[in-house]
Design a protein. Structure first.
Length: 260
C-alpha cells in the first residue's frame, strides 16, 4: 500500500467524554470528506479514540480515507485476558492502527521491552499498523536520543522477527521530557533524531515512517519540512479548526515541495 507523503495522527487519550468524542469525530469527518489533500491520500490522517468509542467513530469516518485505531492492544489474540482488547477484534471491527509503547504505558503500567515487543507482533499479526512510540526520558544531545530510540526499536522488533512477521511501522518519536510541555523540542534536535531513525537499518521485512509527537503544534511541520514524515498530535488537535489548520499546513508544505 502506498504510504501518505505526510502523516498526521491524533490520540484523544481520555480527554473527551463519549459524546464529545462523537461530536469531534463528526466535525473531523466532515473536514476529511472535503479536503483535497485527505481525499487524494497525500496527507494521511489516523485517529486513536478510547476503546468504547471505537464503533461509532469507525461509523463516523466511514467512506473517508481517515484511519482509525486503538491506543493499546493485548499481546495475545484470544484467551483469559480480563479487561484486554485483542488485535484480532480490533481488525475485525475495521481498525487499521494500534498505538504501542507510549511513555505513559511504560511509566504508569510498567510495560517493559518484552511486553511492547509482544504487542507490536500482535498488531502486525492481525494486519494493524503499529504506531510505536519511542523517546528518551531526559533531555540531552541528539546522538544520545538516537541511541536510546534505536535500542527501544530493536527491542520492540524482537518478537515480530521471531514470528517472521513483516509490515509497515509508524515510529512516533516523542521525547518524554517534551510530552505535555509548553513547547516542542528544538527544531534542529527533532530533525536530527528523526533522521537518525529514518536511517535505521536492520535485517527484516519492515518499512518505517517517522513522525514527531510531544507538544507538536502549528508551524512545526513547516519548519521541519522534509526532515520529518509528519506529526503525532495531542491536545492541540482537540479543536477541529486547529486540526484543519494542520491539514492545511501539511498540504501547503507539499505544494511548496512540488514548486521547488
Amino acid at each position: 500500500m502506498t504510504q501518505p507523503r505526510i502523516t498526521l495522527g491524533v490520540s484523544l487519550k481520555i480527554y473527551f467524554s463519549y459524546q464529545q468524542t462523537l461530536a469531534w469525530s463528526e466535525e473531523i469527518a466532515s473536514i476529511a470528506r472535503n479536503h483535497p489533500a485527505i481525499i487524494s491520500g497525500d496527507v494521511g490522517l489516523f485517529i486513536l479514540p478510547s476503546f468504547p468509542a471505537l464503533p461509532p467513530v469507525l461509523a463516523a469516518f466511514a467512506g473517508t480515507r481517515v484511519g482509525i485505531g486503538a491506543q493499546d492492544l493485548c499481546q495475545e489474540d484470544n484467551g483469559a485476558w480480563t479487561g484486554e482488547v485483542s488485535g484480532s477484534m480490533l481488525a475485525e471491527m475495521g481498525c487499521g492502527y494500534a498505538e504501542i509503547g507510549h511513555a505513559e504505558r511504560r511509566r504508569h503500567y510498567g510495560e517493559d521491552d518484552a511486553l511492547i515487543a509482544a504487542k507490536l507482533a500482535a498488531a502486525l499479526r492481525n494486519g494493524l499498523t503499529p504506531v510505536l512510540c519511542l523517546g528518551e526520558s531526559v533531555q540531552g544531545k541528539s546522538q544520545e536520543a538516537i541511541a536510546v530510540c534505536r535500542q527501544q526499536l530493536q527491542a520492540s522488533l524482537q518478537a515480530a522477527r521471531q514470528q517472521q512477521l513483516s509490515g509497515h511501522i509508524i515510529l512516533a518519536y516523542e521525547p518524554q521530557w517534551a510530552i505535555g510541555a509548553a513547547t516542542s523540542a528544538p527544531d534542529t534536535f527533532i530533525a536530527e533524531v528523526c533522521q537518525g531513525l529514518r536511517e535505521f537499518s536492520e535485517p527484516g521485512d519492515f518499512t518505517f515512517s517517522v513522525i514527531y509527537g510531544g507538544s507538536a503544534g502549528p508551524g512545526l511541520l513547516s519548519r521541519l519540512g522534509d526532515r520529518v514524515g509528519g506529526l503525532f498530535l495531542g491536545r492541540f488537535a482537540h479543536q477541529p479548526a486547529a486540526l484543519a489548520s494542520m491539514i492545511d499546513e501539511a498540504a501547503e508544505l507539499l505544494n511548496t515541495r512540488e514548486k521547488v
